[in-house]
Design a protein around this ligand. Structure first.
Ligand SMILES: NC(=O)c1ccc[n+]([C@@H]2O[C@H](COP(=O)([O-])OP(=O)(O)OC[C@H]3O[C@@H](n4cnc5c(N)ncnc54)[C@H](OP(=O)(O)O)[C@@H]3O)[C@@H](O)[C@H]2O)c1
Length: 504
């Protein structure tokens, strides 16, 4: 095997401290697809560059498209050059490319798994992968069942087996349960890694550190001090070429069911007793179970019409390729939800997500209650604003605290200023992509940042309850222009409570 010499980078200490994973054979289903090219191979390259992969491993691309291993390697090389976050180093690539094979297989056919099984057995001999198997399902959900069944029936007699399942995990509670039943028929829960790539993002994990490694936040992280919470997952992009998927899913299944509810759970959860997978996920599930289903008047749906994004004219959702002219699919959702427990009773969580909003932004804003009695006259312009702890998840990852400060000069004029911590500034390193962290965690058998069966089912139960009333009405879509912050009704949702969405 080619030896890779990598420059020392002291800023990678955190990742280094972990022991390297055991030898493994990783099979990527959907190897001819977009996710493999844009995310998975670039992530594996980034891990190889940082010497975070073990000495002995093999990676097998699997899909139905006929291609040779040489062609696959060349495609993946181009993918790493185009989508990788690091400089392209030929020595690192060549070592990684040696581990790559490709198998054309159709698991929908009787015995379709045989070529892959033969290839994996050979890898055990030639690359010392010790019977350890990781199967990554980066295929459309309709392809899951035959693959899971065949892999389950042909488990390796040696080593361990892990299954990574991409989202969407079902399209409602019933289908998610069916899928859980299917995978549980062949795999133990601790062998199943359901991906929500948001959980692999540094700032999402940093929120747990912020809350539980600093003594100053936890005492005020509750209904006594917090007025409300706002969570925003905004995208400026439209649906790209995903009309087929999006028409079925809409914003609620694409983003609320997974990313947004996970962010709610992480914000609201109790301190886990340790940072092991079961302890963290137990606390998240308790939050999901405590979520009160919002009534119809606390849920707002939107769909964008034509408009402008950063000065560029863009078409409305109904004019996007593949979308029907009278589509009722929502591209925007806002809701007011409650976490019914002692910590959060009466503290609303306002959540919103949408496509073709003015800019890409994922933030969690913890808005604290106002100071009870300012002992000085405050100028009327803006007045004394409440403190807000703003967690930026993307882009510009960091944390900022809004505090009132005296404007220099005579008199007592107060203005809000921000104490900012920016990841890029403090650590001066490119943040790892979520997929790097998640693949490495799976190789190490650590499921903390993956979604457990009961979590997924709780998330679907809430979404099913939210969409149930939607069957009865036909909203007037489109109801906001692309490039604006959603429909008027979303502003009303907060105005009724004497609040407003955070200013942008
Ligand atoms: N792209 C992303 O950024 C992203 C993000 C989050 C989640 N995901 C999820 O990841 C999965 C793959 O997404 P993608 O964007 O890579 O899709 P894609 O570009 O359409 O690729 C789909 C892959 O699955 C294979 N495939 C399609 N139908 C199949 C079938 N019936 N049986 C076996 N293989 C089949 C295709 O290869 P062959 O036709 O050659 O078999 C192809 O390699 C989806 O579940 C998607 O929701 C994607």
């Amino acid at each position: 095997m080619t030896e890779v010499v990598t420059a020392e980078n002291p800023l990678l200490e955190g990742l280094r401290m972990r022991k390297p994973p055991e030898p493994f054979a990783l099979s990527i289903f959907g190897a001819s697809g977009d996710l493999t090219q844009r995310k998975l191979l670039p992530a594996l390259y980034a891990l190889a560059l940082r010497r975070l992969l073990p000495e002995r491993f093999g990676i097998v691309g699997v899909s139905r498209t006929e291609m040779s291993t040489e062609e696959f390697r060349e495609r993946m090389r181009q993918a790493v050059v185009e989508h990788g976050r690091d400089e392209f180093r030929t020595d690192v690539w060549e070592a990684l490319a040696e581990s790559l094979s490709y198998v054309a297989a159709d698991f929908g056919m009787e015995g379709g798994e045989e070529p892959l099984i033969a290839c994996l057995d050979e890898l055990d001999e030639t690359r010392g992968t010790a019977g350890n198997r990781v199967y990554y399902l980066a295929v459309p959900p309709k392809a899951f069942a035959p693959i899971v069944t065949a892999l389950g029936r042909r488990r390796s007699a040696k080593g361990w087996t892990r299954l990574i399942v991409e989202k969407p995990f079902g399209h409602d509670l019933t289908s998610a349960r069916e899928l859980n039943d299917l995978v549980h028929a062949y795999f133990q829960e601790d062998e199943i890694f359901r991906i929500d790539h948001y959980l692999g993002k540094e700032t999402v994990q940093n929120m747990l550190v912020l809350r539980f490694a600093n003594g100053i936040f936890e005492p005020i992280w509750n209904r006594q001090f917090v007025d409300h919470v706002q969570i925003t997952v905004a995208e400026s992009l439209g649906i790209e070429s995903r009309a087929g998927f999006y028409e079925e899913a809409g914003a609620i299944r694409d983003v609320v069911q997974n990313h947004l509810l996970q962010l709610v759970a992480l914000t609201a959860m109790e301190p886990p007793i340790d940072f092991e997978a079961e302890a963290v996920r137990n606390e998240k599930v308790k939050v999901l179970r405590a979520l009160h289903t919002p009534g119809a008047k606390h849920v707002v749906r939107g769909q964008y019409g034509p408009g402008f994004i950063e000065g560029e004219e863009v078409v409305g959702y109904r004019e996007e390729a593949g979308v029907t002219a009278d589509s009722q699919t929502e591209t925007y959702v806002a809701a007011k939800i409650w976490v019914d427990n002692w910590r959060w009773a009466d503290t609303p969580f306002y959540i919103r997500t949408g496509k073709r909003l003015p800019r890409r932004e994922t933030t969690i804003a913890i808005q604290f209650k106002r100071a009870p009695h300012p002992p000085f006259a405050v100028d009327s312009e803006g007045g004394l604003r409440p403190n807000v702890l703003l967690i930026h998840i993307q882009p510009d990852e960091g944390v900022s605290l809004a505090v009132g400060a005296k404007v220099p000069g005579q008199g007592l004029s107060i203005r809000t200023v921000h104490m900012d911590f920016l990841y890029g500034g403090a650590f001066r390193l490119g943040l790892p992509e979520a997929y790097e962290r998640l693949i490495l965690d799976c190789l190490n058998g650590d499921a903390t940042l993956f979604t457990r069966a009961d979590e997924v089912e709780e998330q679907w139960a809430l979404v099913d309850a939210m969409v149930a009333p939607w069957r009865r009405d036909r909203p007037h879509f489109p109801n906001h222009a692309a490039g604006t912050w959603g429909p008027h009704a979303a502003d009303e949702l907060l105005h009724r409570d004497g609040r407003s969405w955070r200013r942008h």
